[in-house]
Design a protein around this ligand. Structure first.
Ligand SMILES: NC(=O)c1ccc[n+]([C@@H]2O[C@H](COP(=O)([O-])OP(=O)(O)OC[C@H]3O[C@@H](n4cnc5c(N)ncnc54)[C@H](O)[C@@H]3O)[C@@H](O)[C@H]2O)c1
Length: 442
C-alpha cells in the first residue's frame, strides 16, 4: 500500500476553542497536567492506544503516537473565546470538574489563557448571557474580527498551524436554509446579517477562510452545510463533527451492535439523564434541546436497521430525556431501560445506570480530535473526515452513504485509516492464513 505523504508536525500547534467552559478547561488543564507527567491522559487514543501493524503472529503493536507523526502535548498552545471574561483558571474553578490540587498545579498556565470577546447571538443560545461579546456592524464584520483574532494569536504565539474545536454552548435547532446552500449565498447572507447564519457558522467560516480545520463538538448545524463544505474544499481544509460521543450515546452505540450481532430484538429504549452544569442549563431551552435530541436519537435507527430486520426492530420506541438538575453539576447520571426479546420472542429487560463525569469523558476526545484533524490537514485530506466518526454522535459522512454509528466499526475505520496513511496493510480480521483448513499446507 503506498504511503501517504504527511508533512511533519514542525513547530507548535494552536488549539482554538470557541467556549471556555467545562469541557475546554478540563481538556486544557488535563493536557497541561499530562505534559508535565503529573497525571496520565486516560481516555485518549492518541496518547495511550497501540495499533497493530501486520499479522497477529508478528507481535508489532506500537503506540499510535509513536507510529504516526502527531503533534506532541508539549507543542500545544491554546486560544479561546467566551461570553464570560473569566480566565481558564477561574472558568475551570467555576465549572467544578477538577480538584483544587490539580488546578493549582497548572494555575499559572491557565491564568494566562484569557478568552477573547465572543461572537454571540442570544437568538441561538437562550438561557445564558454575558458581557464579553463582540460588537459588529454585520455578521460579515464579526467574521472579519474573528479572522483577525486568529491571525493575531498566530503572530503572538508563534504557532506554525492551528485547529478550531467548537466547545461552546449548543445552539438552537435549525434546518438547512437557502443561504446555507452555496458559498456565494452564504457570503451574501453574512453581508446582510441574515438570521439563518449562527455564531458557530461565523466561527467556522472564519477558521476555514484562514485555512484552519474546524471540528464541531456540539449537535447544532454548523460546518455541515453545503456552503461551508464548499469553502473547506476550496481551501483544502479538513472538517469533522458533530456532537462529541461521550456518555449515554457511547454506551448505546456499543450495546446496540451487540443486540444486532446476536439477532436479539429490541422493542423499546428509554434514556434519561440528570445534568447540572451550564451545558445542562443551555439544554433546558427547548430549541437547544431539540438539537441534542435529534443527535442522540439518530443512532439506533442506523445501527439496528429496522428495514432489514423488521421482526426485531420495527416500531422500536426510543425516547431520550435530559433534565437540568443543578445539584449534580458536571457529574451527570444517565439511566437506560432497554426492553429486548430473545428466542421465541420471550421478553427481557436491561437497566443501565451510568454515573459519569461529562467533561472527564469529553476532554480526551477534544485532545484526540485536535491531533487527528491536524494530522489530516498535514496529510492533505480535505472536507468531511468520516474516519473520525468514532468521536461523534452525529458523524459527518458522504451524501452517498448512511452514517456509521456502530462504535466498533467506527474504531476499526479509524485504525485502518491510520494504517492507510502509514502505507501499512489494512486489517480485515479474516485470519485464514493462520489455519490449514483445506490441508494444502500454508
Ligand atoms: N461534556 C460532554 O460530554 C459533551 C458531549 C457532547 C457535546 N458536548 C457539547 O460541548 C459543548 C461544551 O460543553 P460544556 O460542558 O463545556 O458547556 P459549558 O456551558 O460549560 O461551556 C460552554 C461555554 O461556551 C460559552 N459560549 C456560548 N456561546 C458562545 C459563543 N458564541 N462564543 C464563545 N463562547 C460561547 C459559554 O459562555 C460557556 O462558557 C456544549 O455544546 C455541549 O453540548 C459536551
Amino acid at each position: 500500500m503506498p504511503k501517504v505523504r504527511i508533512r511533519p508536525p514542525k513547530g507548535k500547534l494552536g488549539v482554538l476553542l470557541p467556549g471556555l467552559g467545562a469541557v475546554s478547561t478540563t481538556f486544557i488543564a488535563g493536557a497541561l497536567l499530562a505534559k508535565k507527567g503529573l497525571m496520565p491522559p486516560i481516555g485518549s487514543l492518541t496518547q495511550m492506544q497501540a495499533i497493530r501493524l501486520g499479522k497477529r503472529s508478528e507481535g508489532k503493536s506500537p503506540l499510535i503516537k509513536d507510529a504516526l507523526p502527531l503533534a506532541r502535548l508539549s507543542d500545544l498552545e491554546f486560544c479561546s473565546w467566551d461570553i464570560f471574561p473569566d480566565n481558564a483558571y477561574e472558568a475551570a474553578a467555576k465549572a467544578g470538574v477538577l480538584s483544587k490540587e490539580h488546578l493549582e498545579a497548572v494555575r499559572g498556565e491557565l491564568e494566562r489563557i484569557k478568552p477573547l470577546p465572543a461572537a454571540f447571538d442570544s437568538a441561538f443560545v437562550k438561557n445564558i448571557s454575558g458581557p464579553n461579546v463582540k460588537a459588529g456592524k454585520s455578521k460579515r464584520d464579526l467574521a472579519r474580527q474573528l479572522q483577525e483574532d486568529i491571525r493575531e494569536f498566530k503572530r503572538k504565539s508563534g504557532v506554525s498551524r492551528m485547529v478550531m474545536i467548537w466547545c461552546a454552548s449548543t445552539e438552537r435547532h435549525m434546518e438547512i436554509q437557502p443561504p446555507h446552500l452555496s458559498l456565494a449565498a452564504f457570503e451574501k447572507a453574512l453581508d446582510e446579517s441574515h438570521p439563518s447564519i449562527s455564531p458557530s457558522m461565523i466561527y467556522a467560516y472564519a477558521a476555514l477562510s484562514e485555512g484552519v480545520p474546524y471540528v464541531n463538538g456540539s449537535p447544532h448545524l454548523a460546518v455541515d452545510i453545503p456552503a461551508l463544505l464548499e469553502l473547506a474544499r476550496k481551501k483544502g481544509v479538513p472538517v469533522a463533527g458533530k456532537d462529541f460521543k461521550t456518555g449515554q450515546t457511547l454506551v448505546k452505540t456499543a450495546l446496540a451492535p451487540m443486540f444486532k450481532a446476536r439477532m436479539l430484538g429490541v422493542s423499546g429504549w428509554f434514556s434519561t439523564n440528570i445534568l447540572g452544569n451550564r451545558d445542562g442549563l443551555v439544554l433546558d431551552d427547548p430549541g437547544s434541546f431539540k438539537s441534542k435530541e435529534a443527535s442522540k436519537k439518530s443512532v439506533l435507527e442506523y445501527i439496528l436497521q429496522p428495514s432489514l430486520y423488521p421482526q426485531l426492530y420495527k416500531g422500536l420506541c426510543h425516547k431520550v430525556r435530559i433534565e437540568y438538575y443543578p445539584p449534580r453539576g458536571d457529574n451527570k447520571e444517565g439511566w437506560d431501560n432497554i426492553d429486548l426479546f430473545g428466542w421465541l420472542g420471550y421478553p427481557m429487560q436491561m437497566k443501565i445506570n451510568f454515573l459519569c463525569r461529562d467533561s472527564i469523558l469529553a476532554a480526551p476526545v477534544v485532545l484526540d480530535l485536535a491531533l487527528f484533524i491536524d494530522l489530516a490537514q498535514r496529510a492533505g485530506m480535505r472536507g468531511a473526515q468520516e474516519w473520525l466518526s468514532f468521536y461523534f454522535k452525529s458523524p459527518m459522512h458522504s451524501p452517498s452513504v448512511y452514517p456509521e454509528h456502530d462504535l466498533f466499526i467506527q474504531h476499526a475505520k479509524l485504525k485502518n485509516t491510520l494504517r492507510y496513511l502509514m502505507g501499512e496493510k489494512l486489517i480485515t480480521h479474516l485470519g485464514i492464513e493462520y489455519y490449514d483448513y483445506w490441508g494444502r499446507g500454508r
